[in-house]
Design a protein around this ligand. Structure first.
Ligand SMILES: Cc1cc2nc3c(=O)[nH]c(=O)nc-3n(C[C@H](O)[C@H](O)[C@H](O)COP(=O)(O)OP(=O)(O)OC[C@H]3O[C@@H](n4cnc5c(N)ncnc54)[C@H](O)[C@@H]3O)c2cc1C
Length: 370
């Protein structure tokens, strides 16, 4: 079997690796000219680490990332008031790891290059898909046509493949918050994930991602204001961080001028996620806000499950149906939980413990086998 994977992000690269390991040749087309991960760092929870283990990639991620055992929720003065703890699912490894996006893309790119039967073509996209029933003809922007058994749309929130095969899918829903992110060198005493909460004024996360690096995120209600020009973002972010205590002022002083400021959106494409021989995975099928840090996680899990279902040897159509059946409720849990947490951060419920309860329940459910 041969597959065409559109999009070379975390979903597309892990899909190619998983498919090739299952004996299905995979060609990834990525429209960027090189590997260009967006953002600074990300967290991988226990279940995505289990999925990376299944792909033989966990050791590299642990080596190049930063091991965590909890998210420490701090009062404005820095006192730890609550710890979000999950259990490791692979014995002897951490329960979650934070890592630079560049480092993760490097690990996935190296693994793809080393996997027989998987390859990536940069600067290339797809212009048309014709499903003949027994195969799909895919016209590419380099003028070639690939005839494949399966097309995997892993081209993110604004997926072109989704528009081609499931044009009736809903548009993304805006979340009520804006996120700011910036990097800094890690001071030795900032050695754990710290989260400071000032209620509707905003929340700050400080996340070590390597021995010498951390990233900071700041979530605030979306007041509809336009994004600031790049040169104004660092002073504006520092001003917003001024009311926070603990180590926030120390880290704010170290932030680099690479501040990203963006609105958040969510999307859950209704079932099924395939039409004929073309299937959507990752953000193309389900985009989540980052509130439980699971977007890349469910993308990697998708890849493992897709390869498992195709490896059963039944028809492609049956495999794709089984794929969505196994994935839908789990991805819905991530998307809906994250959106609810976002809504509560802007408009807090009377019982402030509901937030921790909901994220704890979701992380517990997601620790179950998938
Ligand atoms: C602020 C923020 C923080 C986040 N933090 C976390 C976190 O801590 N943990 C976590 O697990 N997740 C996190 N996420 C979510 C995570 O970034 C996404 O879920 C993840 O990147 C999805 O991977 P993907 O491969 O499906 O899509 P993408 O990462 O969007 O990759 C899509 C790829 O397809 C390419 N592409 C697009 N269109 C085409 C086309 N037509 N042809 C060819 N190629 C194309 C793109 O260039 C890109 O390389 C966060 C997201 C945001 C916004």
């Amino acid at each position: 079997m041969r597959a065409l994977v559109v999009g070379g992000g975390p979903a597309g690269t892990t899909a190619a690796i998983a498919l090739a390991r299952a004996g299905i040749e995979a060609l990834v087309v990525e429209h960027e000219e090189t590997d260009r991960p967006v953002g600074i760092g990300l967290a991988l929870q226990n279940s995505p680490l289990r999925a990376l283990h299944a792909l033989g990639l966990l050791d590299a991620v642990v080596d190049r990332g930063y091991r965590h055992d909890a998210v420490n929720i701090c009062a404005p003065d820095g006192t730890v008031v609550h710890r979000i703890v999950t259990e490791p699912l692979v014995p002897g490894t951490p329960s979650f790891v934070a890592i630079s996006r560049v480092a993760l893309a490097g690990i996935l790119g190296e693994a793809l290059a080393a996997t027989a039967g998987a390859q990536i073509r940069y600067g290339t996209s797809v212009t048309a898909l014709r499903d003949r029933g027994d195969a799909v003809e895919a016209d590419l922007t380099d003028g070639s046509t690939e005839v494949v058994d399966l097309v995997v749309g892993a081209d993110g929130l604004h997926s072109t493949v989704r528009g081609m095969v499931l044009p009736e899918a809903p548009a993304p829903t805006p979340a009520p918050q804006v996120i700011w992110r910036a990097s800094a060198p890690r001071p030795a005493d900032v050695d754990r994930y710290l989260l400071y909460d000032l209620g509707p004024q905003g929340r700050v996360g400080i996340v070590p991602i390597a021995d010498d690096e951390l990233y900071l995120w700041f979530l605030q209600p979306d007041d509809g204001a336009a994004r600031l020009p790049a040169e104004l973002r660092l002073p504006a972010l520092r001003a917003r961080l001024a009311p926070f205590g603990g180590v926030v002022a120390d880290v704010a002083a170290l932030l680099r001028d690479d501040v990203d400021q963006r609105s958040l959106a969510a999307l859950l494409v209704p079932q099924p996620w395939h039409r004929g021989r073309t299937v959507l995975i990752g953000d193309a099928a389900h985009t989540t806000t980052p509130h439980i840090a699971y977007g890349v996680g469910i993308a990697i899990e998708d890849s493992v499950v897709l390869a498992e279902e195709l490896a059963r040897g039944g028809s492609v159509e049956d495999a794709l149906q089984a794929f969505t059946r196994r994935r839908f409720d789990r991805c819905r849990l991530v998307v809906e939980t994250s959106l609810q947490l976002s809504a509560w951060e802007v408009d807090p419920p009377e019982d402030p413990t509901l937030h921790h309860q909901l994220s704890g329940r979701a992380l517990g459910a997601l620790s179950q086998p998938f």
